[in-house]
Design a protein around this ligand. Structure first.
Ligand code: ASP
Length: 344
């Protein structure tokens, strides 16, 4: 009888230990505690309901949702945050709707010069390209710089040669021509003659249109990326904030990931993306408080129009902007994708 009791208790103990072990292993390999999330933007600017047709709005919503779902699928299947944001950004770069890749705006010389950057929150590795004219997906070039070079930022011809050598798709610069963006250039030139300002800023039909993405993966790693054609009618090799780490893009697992869109000169001078992360670290602010203060107090006070998306290491999201609209959306673990354009 005693032997039976010992056997019985041994079996129970064995069962409990097995359950504990398998739970522990499961938690390490596929951490269900981390609410994996993807957040994107498609640019901030003067985007009003009055200036939008139902078809155009639907097209934007559909493309943003497609990008969110594609990036989310990578996270769900255990992929990395870097791979998720890269895919989401290439989908937006391939669409003429956004000022990045295919839909990039024109320089004053009638060319398209593209900028992009990417950053990983775990290692704080980063890569960026500026002023490239013939690489189909600038975000892939930024990723190649991060992963395959010893540098952070490559520009112009050198960046193009590097991207080509690493097998990225090269296109004829004509690929980036879209009639809509060309017309914006013509309007900007007209304004320049009339008003002396050479960059389209708060003109009623202008929008910035840069794209960006952030993700938190199942392993707790954050990543951020941004891609743009810059600003219409830019001159003299002008580079904005988007390829500048700390200004247009930032990621650190200890705080948050940020991607910005707006008037780049302000975003560089106010080191916007890093400022959001720094406020969290040094002032103990939440991601919402930090992003809101930077965009709707600090930038707004000095006339820096635009917005940011920010995601912290617990999956909390902030998407403030000080313009009339910002294409944006997110998808959280197990939830449907949400997409927004205007205030509210
Ligand atoms: N920030 C970009 C730049 O200044 C423009 C944008 O966000 O649309 O180049």
């Amino acid at each position: 009888m005693n032997n039976m009791k010992i056997l019985f208790f041994s079996l129970i103990t064995y069962g409990l230990v097995q359950t504990f072990l398998s739970d522990t292993v499961f938690a390490q390999g596929d951490n269900t505690q981390i609410p994996f999330t993807i957040v994107i933007h498609g640019g901030a600017g003067t985007i009003t309901k009055e200036s939008m047709t139902a078809e155009k709005e639907e097209a934007y919503r559909a493309k943003l949702t497609e990008a969110l779902n594609a990036g989310y699928a990578i996270l769900e299947s255990g992929g990395s945050s870097i791979d998720a944001i890269t895919l989401a950004i290439t989908i937006m770069e391939d669409s003429p709707l956004f000022n990045a890749g295919k839909g990039a705006v024109f320089t004053s010389e009638g060319k398209n010069e593209l900028d992009a950057s990417i950053m990983e929150g775990k290692s704080r590795m980063a890569g960026a390209v500026a002023g490239i004219t013939n690489i189909k997906n600038p975000i892939l070039a930024a990723k190649a710089v991060m992963e395959k070079s010893q540098h952070v930022l490559l520009t112009g011809k050198g960046a193009e040669i590097f991207a080509e050598q690493h097998g990225l798709e090269v296109v004829d610069p004509e690929y980036f021509y879209t009639e809509r963006r060309y017309k914006s250039l013509e309007r900007a030139k007209q304004m320049e003659n009339e008003e002396g300002s050479f960059i389209i800023n708060n003109h009623t039909d202008s929008k910035f249109g840069t794209v960006g993405a952030l993700a938190l993966d199942k392993y707790g790693n954050l990543a951020a990326g941004t891609s743009t054609g810059g600003m219409t009618n830019k001159k003299y090799g002008r580079v904005g904030d988007s390829p500048v780490i700390g200004a247009g893009t930032f990621a650190d697992n200890n705080s948050c990931a940020v991607s910005a869109t707006g008037h780049g000169e302000y975003f560089i001078r106010y080191v916007v993306s890093y400022d959001v992360a720094a406020r969290m670290i040094y002032l103990n602010e939440t991601v919402k408080q930090a992003a809101e203060t930077v965009v709707n107090s600090k930038l707004k006070e000095v006339g820096g129009s635009g917005g940011v998306i920010a995601l912290d290491n617990d999956g909390n999201i902030a998407m403030p902007f000080n313009t009339s609209g910002m294409y944006r959306g997110f998808k959280k673990q197990g939830k449907k994708a949400k997409v927004y354009i205007y205030k509210d």
